[in-house]
Design a protein around this ligand. Sequence first.
Ligand code: BES
Ligand code: MN
Ligand code: ZN
Length: 514
Amino acid sequence: MDVFFRSGDAARESADALIVPVAAPANGGEPLTGPAAQLDADLEGELARLAADARFSGKHGSTLVVPTLGRLPARRIVLAGVGTPDDLDAEAVRRAWGAAAIAARDAGAARVASTMPPSGTGLDPAASLAAAAEAAALAVYRFTKHFGAGRRDDPAPRTLDALAFVDEGLDQAEADAALARGAAIAAGAALARDLVNEPASVLDPAAMADHARRVAETHGLVVEVLGPPELATIGAGALLAVGKGSASEPRLIRLTYRPESDRGANGQTGSTAQTMPRTIGLVGKCITFDTGGYSIKPYEGMLEMKGDMAGGAAVLGAMTALRALGCRHTVHGIIPAAENMISGTAFRPGDILTAMNGVTIEILSTDAEGRLVLADGLVYAARQGAEELIDLATLTGAAVVALGDGTTALFADDDALATRLLDASAAVGERFWRMPLIAEFNDKIKGDVGDIKNTGGRQGGAITAALFLQRFTEGKPWAHLDIAGSARAAKGNGYVPKGATGVGVRTLLAYLTA
Ligand code: BES
Ligand code: MN
Ligand code: ZN
């Protein structure tokens, strides 16, 4: 989809559809205001009557598609509910433009025009435009690359080809910059979604490394890929053990972003309101398939395990957008990648591994493999010079039991870091919930014949997994995002379609550019 801005009068645009916001009547007042009221006048009040008939109230995320039958240059009007003006924020704009883009596409519109999304106190016009463009792109995402000959008789899937924002007020350069920001964020999330949706037969650790090389090339990052011999040299015994059972060998991938200068590439200034530039390590679990190993998963448990690399995918997705967003920090993206399989060379329960920092790990379950690859990933990130660590992982079923679908469990041993991440997640509309690191539970993972065990039993399973990771953070401030419940969605919700969600990408980008 092509998204651009043009100076002009949106109401005069010829297009397959024209998106127009409608605010919810605060207290049963006049339903159509702003640009919708103007179009309603052009249509002699029929737009308001149709909206009233359909009980369209402007509730946020609701839409109404109205054909104009030759009476306006646009063939359809898509009314997009933005909720009450008091509740207007970037999320209201994202919900509205996501829903409107889907409604336009599903009505068969390919070339769509849009009025400016609303702005107000706390939401300037450029930020609102960026949010609208970002959400439209996120909403119309589909994973169709494996559709084949068996689909030939299906009606062709509709696509939204172009979205033109048209307005007289906003400056072209400012609008272009806002749209570029929205596009970079949406593209990062789309890459993460693509990788999670991809089957394990296509996306193995080496293929993930190839994606990282391509990302580095395209976005001006340094890339380093370590295979088994290099991993043995640095002592990454935990990652090596998890990958041993697979014919697809493990990889440790590092991408490094360095800002152009203290100012940042995109005009971000080093104002005192912003945090000082620092070096941040992002570590993403990338198990390209998790059978559970010899502690094998049952049928249902294994079904979605091609997505057990969503943490790594989020890191890679976020890395793509740092240059475009003018991030002022140095960022290392570390992706420990392996496939957890069964074979004559696989690791076993009872094995004792030595991680990169010399900590020995007793294997109780080969299905608790995520924390093992993260152990080496975290140590590697810290030793690259990261002053702060954030890991993302589809780590535990226990996190899903605790919080249900759609919420990311946040653990952190630094309150300021936790607060900043919660703020970032709230700003982008990703639901995070902080969980406790209960230090007494360290007893549950105390080793019998090694330093620590890789599971702490069923109770508090997400917490003991986090406590395990904490042994590998080299004393750096650290946050852990358990995305087991939020990396995939069983059904679509707003601008997040069914399937891989790309969770984490937008929160990380908000955090890294705050
Ligand atoms: N990849 C799974 C966790 C998972 C479960 C992700 C459901 C997404 C949806 C992880 O490797 C795993 O198997 N965890 C075990 C840990 C247990 C053996 C201590 C779990 O949660 O059961
Ligand atoms: Mn597992
Ligand atoms: Zn796993």
